[in-house]
Design a protein. Structure first.
Ligand code: SF4
Ligand code: SF4
Ligand code: SF4
Ligand code: SF4
Ligand code: FES
Ligand code: FES
Lengths: 784, 156
């Protein structure tokens, strides 16, 4: 099908608008309220066109294209009308920067750094570089304005963390509102009031902090004006370079463009050029990367403890010292603890150093939840397979959220869930405490604390009712499984879980309705003293439903999956080749330290509680910031952060992403793999001849199938049913909720605005301070 | 009637599970109380999952919704063309000052609610206001104050 736009024949798909057809053919139609990530709105009227056979001037952004339609986009009448519409918009929008006679010269310096927030005169706007109003004015040619401007004189809203809002610049295009409500599913902002008083705002003009805002910054990214501006990155002007990389703060690994200026990362912008779901992004990635990486405390030099004092030394000396020291211990007395933020390449070398050079099997991942899940899956040969992806979440028919805090741990995922729900997916929440996603749920099951096992057991029993069990009879431990189910009393289960019978039938109905379901399992299942039991019972449910996919453990740290894939997991060489030689996993290493069996520890992040390491005779710690482990370490090595290194990460769903180096690491910092090579050489190994992470990657790629794109084996069929647990109310283990960090340092320790946000939402304890807490600044004073 | 959170919850409950109910649910609440009590929005959020800023946006967009109880007397001040030309803007702002109103809403003493309307159909008397059923024309600021005073004293 084709439309004709100014004599050009333009093909289009049914359902597309005139604007979409034009854009596909690279025909420019000026727009202000339309945005490719948002549903059409038709508010600004700038995109008006003339269509043969249609009355008036329909807006291209919300008029469906039809076959043979004749559209006039360049005609004089259209152009005049657009100009007048634009002039009307400009009456309420500061536009000195547009009509200024010096405009052309100004353009060259506009992108420069600024020192003042908002000046009057010709510069009333923090929008230095890209401005859609200016683009549109340029296209339509607005040399001057006859009507004087009407300044709204609204107070600039600066009292929230992360971004400022100057609604004097707002043209009410509604992009931010649509983004927040329809795409992010948050609804922190809306159009309030009517006619002349219309303003984007919050309930009773409250602060965003008091409201529902999740500070994802998505509204800023779509605003065509300078009304919304990030506090942290509006001063430095145009970046020198933009580097495509990823955010590593959680296992989503969102695509990010890192902006480099003056040798530092100044901003990180979600890279939505490929697909929106590749860069849902969130407060951590959008706002925290520069402040977190550029802290003035970053380590610069290798430090070796000499006569009790940490002393800066050269790398040669540090490596020599490590090599000499390690020789004092037997291989089985040495342990390696892998940071889940290390690249796959570095992990591969750590594995090689530990297993092949040092000769120890004591190696494991530093991740509370990730370690348990990856070990569980690896032991069942499921870790290497392709996993359920974010797209599967978007396409699911039902989604069950089990014991997770994704709004704070994986803030990108709620966006996928909102998308699924808009498509009609049923959302079930299964949680023993309040869940932030309740507003997006169709069924909210608040179970009694400690009754998750019982709930899953009861669900298994109900699912098996009126089902032929013959197909399962050959399964491992089927007889025990059957017996455990027979002794489960539903009345008991209902009493212990607090879930009503009718809620059970509702959930059964939903789960049976489709195999395209997803279970998102969070780290709060670790409250159970034996989390493997929970994983096993979830596995039972998937087996009975005949779902080979659908299980998503919400791995927390950036590269847990990649580190497990690359040889960092206990008992598994890269690619999950079983390593059957005796060794100790993380917990056994910790007891080993206490007993004196483990004498030396090499670790590359500071997330371990000091008491677990007390008693080591020799400790090598690589980190980016000083930590409470420093007083115990014999050697401290400065390591590059993710913006300073090359390599690959594997996201929670098993896909590979490339890190690209944006800036140099501070001081003498090296990448992990360079450090492992140095240590290997100091012990006398000659095998570590890699000159770049590419060399390592090549070796991994050539030898291990799962590192070849799209080459993960399919999920194996399940052949096991685990006996369910007896109805019981468990005594829960002590569990502190996960706080997003990087290499052991919580992000909020370096980013004050994040601290404020997390405190307000009770994710971290409030700091005691005599000052008025920051978050108590009153709202804009709006009164109704 | 003094609203209780529990009562509002009861009004909201039947709307559970339906989508696109913001306006009907606000209407249902206003039908009971004559206005939307401030807790309305957070209750709608908890019960129906509609973000409070969104329902607030709807409530402040449609003139049918009020965020304060209706006063004993309703003042309809005209800002239609004829009145506008004859200075209704100045008059309006002095009414607001006089009653200490921040928005076209109700006064703190619960006596007055101000509504701005476009043309009361007696343009020859512009500027015009109506209090309850009585129309007052050819207004000046002084005259307006006197009239309001009589209502304050219980007359009118
Ligand atoms: S930052 Fe995100 S949550 Fe907050 S208003 Fe903008 S889009 Fe909504
Ligand atoms: S703040 Fe920006 S995106 Fe939102 S309505 Fe105003 S101009 Fe549009
Ligand atoms: S948004 Fe800023 S840069 Fe763009 S036209 Fe307005 S004042 Fe100028
Ligand atoms: S923290 Fe996770 S969701 Fe947020 S931007 Fe980074 S990778 Fe994306
Ligand atoms: S872009 Fe079409 S109306 Fe705004
Ligand atoms: S304009 Fe005020 S009465 Fe007609």
């Amino acid at each position: 099908m084709k439309v004709i736009i100014d004599e050009a024949e333009v093909p289009f798909e049914p359902g597309q608008t005139i604007l979409e057809a034009a854009r596909n053919a690279e025909i420019y139609i000026p727009t202000l309220c339309a945005h490719k990530e948002l549903p059409a709105f038709g508010a600004c009227r700038l995109c008006v066109v003339k269509v043969d056979g249609m009355r008036g001037f329909p807006p291209a952004c919300s008029t469906p294209a039809t076959d043979g339609m004749v559209v006039h986009n360049k005609d004089k009448e259209v152009r005049d009308l657009r100009r007048n519409i634009l002039r009307l918009i400009l009456i309420e929008h500061p536009h000195s920067c547009i009509v200024c006679e010096e405009r052309a010269d100004c353009e060259a310096v506009r992108g420069g750094p600024v020192k003042a927030g908002r000046i009057t005169g010709c510069s009333m706007c923090p929008n230095r570089e890209i401005c859609e109003i200016r683009e549109v004015c340029h296209y339509l040619g607005i040399p001057d304005m006859e009507i004087p401007m009407e300044y709204k004189n609204l107070p600039v809203e600066r009292y929230d963390p992360f971004f400022d809002r100057d609604y004097n610049l707002c043209i009410l295009c509604g992009r931010c509102v649509r983004m927040c409500q329809q795409i992010r599913g948050v609804g922190a902002i809306a159009f309030t009031k009517r006619s002349h008083n219309t303003k984007v705002g919050t309930i009773f003009g409250r602060t965003h902090l008091e409201g529902a805002c999740r500070f994802c910054g998505a509204c800023i990214d779509v605003c065509p004006t300078g009304a919304l501006s990030p506090k942290g990155s509006k001063w430095h002007g145009k970046a020198d370079r933009s580097i495509e990389s990823i955010c590593t703060f959680c296992s989503l690994n969102c695509a990010m463009v890192l902006e480099e200026k003056w040798g530092r990362v100044m901003a990180a912008i979600p890279d939505r050029s490929k697909s929106y779901s590749r860069a849902y992004a969130c407060v951590y990635g959008r706002f925290c990367i520069p402040a977190f990486l550029n802290g003035s405390d970053r380590l610069h030099y290798p430090l070796v403890r000499k006569k009790g004092r940490l002393t800066p030394v050269s790398w040669e000396e540090a490596f020599r010292f490590i090599g000499d020291s390690l020789k004092r211990f037997a291989p089985e007395e040495i342990g390696f603890l892998a940071s889940p933020y290390m690249t796959n390449e570095s992990t591969y070398l750590m594995n090689k150093l530990a297993r092949d050079v040092v000769g120890t099997r004591n190696i494991d991942i530093l991740s509370r939840f990730g370690r348990v899940v990856m070990q569980y899956l690896a032991d069942r040969e499921r870790a290497s397979s392709a996993w359920t992806t974010l797209e599967d979440v978007e396409q699911a028919d039902w989604i069950m959220l089990i014991q997770n805090d994704m709004v704070f741990t994986h803030p990108g995922i709620p966006v996928a869930i909102h998308k699924a729900r808009e498509r009609g997916a049923q959302i079930i929440i299964l949680d023993d405490s309040q869940n932030e996603m309740e507003g997006e749920s169709d069924l909210n099951l608040r179970i009694e604390p400690g009754s998750l096992r019982t709930f899953l057991a009861a669900l298994t029993k109900l699912l098996l009712n009126n089902m032929k069990v013959t197909e399962f009879e050959e399964f491992v431990s089927f007889v025990d499984f059957r017996r455990s189910l027979d002794s489960l009393k539903m009345i008991e289960a209902i009493r212990l879980t607090g879930v009503m019978e009718k809620e059970f039938s509702r959930i059964l109905e939903i789960m049976r309705s489709s195999k395209r379901g997803v279970l998102l399992v969070g780290s709060r299942i670790m409250e159970d003293p034996v989390p493997n039991q929970i994983l096993g019972e979830i596995n039972n449910i998937l087996t009975i439903l005949g779902m080979d996919r659908g299980f998503i453990p919400l791995l927390e740290e950036g590269n847990v999956r990649g580190v497990a894939d690359s040889g960092g997991l206990f008992g598994h060489r890269p690619g999950y080749k079983r390593d059957r030689t005796q060794g100790k996993d993380y917990l056994r290493m910790v007891t080993g330290i206490r007993r004196g069996d483990i004498q030396a520890i090499i670790l590359n992040e500071s997330s371990v509680p000091p008491e677990q390491l007390r008693g080591t005779k020799f400790m090598v710690l690589s980190e980016i910031y000083p930590s409470e482990l420093d007083s115990m370490a014999d050697v401290i090595l400065p390591v590059a952060a993710f913006s300073e290194e090359m390599g690959h990460f594997t996201s929670f769903d098993g896909r590979l992403w490339k890190l690209n180096k944006a800036v140099d690491a501070p001081g003498m910092s090296l990448q992990d793999w360079e450090i492992f090579s140095g240590i290997a050489k100091s012990i006398g190994s000659e095998e570590f001849v890699y000159s770049s992470s590419d060399d390592i990657w090549k070796e991994m790629f050539d030898n291990i199938p799962i590192f070849q794109e799209g080459n993960r084996p399919p999920v194996p069929q399940r052949l096991e049913l685990l006996p369910v647990s007896e109805p019981s109310s468990l005594h829960l283990s002590e569990f502190t909720p996960y706080v997003v960090r990087y290499r052991g340092t919580p992000i909020h320790e370096l980013v004050d605005d994040l601290r404020v946000y997390l405190e307000e939402n009770d994710r971290i304890p409030k700091e005691d301070s005599d000052d008025e807490p920051k978050d108590k600044v009153p709202g804009s004073g709006e009164v109704v | 009637m003094k609203p209780k959170a529990k009562d509002i919850r009861e009004i909201v409950a039947p709307f559970k599970g339906d989508r696109g109910v913001t306006i009907p649910v606000l209407q249902a609440i206003q039908n009971v109380y004559g206005y939307l009590p401030p807790e309305t929005f957070s209750i709608i959020e908890d019960e129906l999952g509609i973000p409070s800023s969104v329902s607030y946006g709807v409530a402040t967009f449609y003139s049918q919704f009020r965020l304060r109880p209706v006063g004993k007397h309703i003042i309809k001040a005209c800002d239609g063309t004829a009145c506008h030309v004859r200075g209704s803007q100045t008059l309006l702002s002095s009414i607001k000052d006089h009653l200490d109103l921040k928005d076209p809403e109700s006064s703190n003493d619960g006596l007055f609610t101000l509504e701005i309307v476009a043309c009361l159909g007696c343009c020859s008397l512009a500027p015009v206001m109506m209090i309850d059923d009585v129309t007052y024309g050819n207004l000046t600021i002084e005259k307006m104050k006197e009239i309001i005073m009589t209502y304050r004293k219980g007359g009118g």
